[in-house]
Design a protein around this ligand. Structure first.
Ligand SMILES: *Cc1c(COP(=O)(O)O)cnc(C)c1O
Length: 425
């Protein structure tokens, strides 16, 4: 970093010299980690490029359909491009999914029937899924439970999926129709599941019941490794377009990918049986969805560099972090344990202060739809709430863990993290 940059940062954001001192150490330490990311990025860029070429995408795919949206070739071709990238039969990529939760919900509601059991093998799933499953304390009308779908959950054992317990559970309960695997950390304190670990879980599940649907919540995981869950046997995956795979360009949406029969069932829950993915006008967003996908391998790695740098500098500052900066990763999330409410809130406020949009806003904990605890979120983003952009959030509960993710450019992530750190040391 140039001296003028440091002086500018110190003058503009009152970043203390201790933070700058830690920066100098951290940035050197992470360089060898960054080199590994460059190689994965290069491969994934090639994968996306060839998928676009093989589907012969042209200007005419940047459609702007209206009404029913019959025969929207942009929409239908993007599905095929995603299916190539995920190395699977079929995909459903839609701006009509309001978020990742909606895509996951369609996948679950579409494929589970009364008296089937959904088995979560990663402990409690991501907070917004609790309403879908029907495991909140509130009366959850319209949940899977309300429709007679049963639910079981296996706790992690030493932060790992307990494969033996999963097998035993599947042997004793023949009603298990779907195994739910969550790749990313969520609001927990564990590392994301590596693709190799997901493969092991799926193989074990299929050894007991080859027909069980292995579903992976792929949020935050796309393009971190050279393979995706569908490369190693996942039947169905889902995620959000305002995370990794939208490349920071997609304005909204979600995707589902996997075996055709399961994707079709899910599409009947996005729209309605008989219509599925064949209707839905695209309001002129197709160019952004294609372009975002093209940029996604690069943007994801910029975000990952931010996470790794954050891990190192926060560790140097004396905080417990997960993953560590040298750990192999499978999502873009960096968890930092503050053990102190005030520090946590100040850190989140610092990220907001470093945002390009709404940097002047003061974030406060609030009751967000779908979440049980109050949540504080820093999201000064071009796309509202986009967490592929630099953002940080935390449920207000002990032990006061902040989850940082995103950064369209590493340069920006760095600045945000320095401002935030300077507010807590
Ligand atoms: C982000 C996320 C979701 C979905 O969240 P949305 O805000 O609805 O897009 C689901 N699961 C995990 C693990 C996530 O990180």
């Amino acid at each position: 970093m140039l001296d003028i940059t440091k002086e500018y940062l110190q003058k503009k954001y009152k970043i203390n010299s201790k933070t700058i001192g830690l920066y100098d150490i951290a940035i050197k330490d992470v360089q060898s980690e960054f080199e590994k990311l460059d190689e994965v990025r290069e491969y994934n860029q090639l994968k996306v490029l060839t998928a676009l070429q093989d589907e012969r995408i042209s200007e005419s795919h940047f459609t702007n359909s209206s009404g029913y949206g019959y025969g929207d070739i942009g929409r239908d071709s993007l599905d095929k491009v995603y299916a190539r990238i995920f190395n699977c039969e079929s995909a459903l990529v839609r701006p009509h999914f309001v978020n990742g939760t909606h895509a996951i919900g369609a996948a679950l509601f579409g494929n589970l029937r009364p008296n089937d059991t959904m088995l979560s093998v990663c402990g409690t799933p991501y907070d917004t899924l609790h309403n879908i499953i029907g495991i909140t304390n509130k009366k959850d009308i319209g949940s899977l439970k309300d429709f007679g779908v049963k639910y079981k959950q296996l706790e992690l054992n030493n932060s790992k999926v307990d494969i033996d317990l999963m097998k035993k559970t599947m042997i004793s309960d023949k009603s298990i129709k779907l195994v739910h695997i969550q790749r990313s950390t969520g609001y927990g304190w564990r590392k994301a599941l590596l693709i190799s670990e997901i493969e092991e879980i799926i193989k074990a599940a299929k050894s007991i019941n080859p027909n069980v649907i292995c579903f992976v919540d792929n949020c935050y995981g796309e393009f971190i490794e050279t393979t995706e869950p569908t490369d190693v046997g996942a039947d169905l995956v889902a995620g959000s377009l305002i995370k990794n795979i939208g490349g920071g360009i997609a304005p909204t949406g979600g995707y589902i990918a996997g075996k055709e029969e399961y994707v079709v069932q899910a599409s009947y829950r996005l729209t309605i049986p008989g219509i599925g993915g064949e209707c839905g006008s695209t309001f002129g967003v197709m160019r952004s969805l294609f372009q975002g996908l093209f940029l996604a391998p690069h943007v994801t790695m910029e975000a990952l560099k931010g996470a790794i740098f954050c891990a190192r500098i926060m560790e140097l500052a004396g905080f417990d972090v997960l993953p560590k900066y040298t750990d192999k990763r499978s999502d873009i999330i960096q968890a930092i344990k503050f053990g102190n409410k005030e520090m946590l809130i100040n850190f989140i406020k610092g990220i907001q202060a470093g945002s390009p949009i709404d940097s002047f806003a003061q974030c406060e904990p609030w009751d967000m739809p779908g979440y049980e605890d109050k949540v504080i979120m820093a999201a000064g983003a071009f796309i509202q709430g986009a967490s592929i952009e630099l953002s940080a959030d935390a449920p207000i509960r002990e032990p006061y863990i902040a989850y940082l993710q995103g950064g369209l450019t590493f340069d920006h992530a760095k600045i945000g993290i320095l401002i935030a750190l300077s507010k807590v040391i």
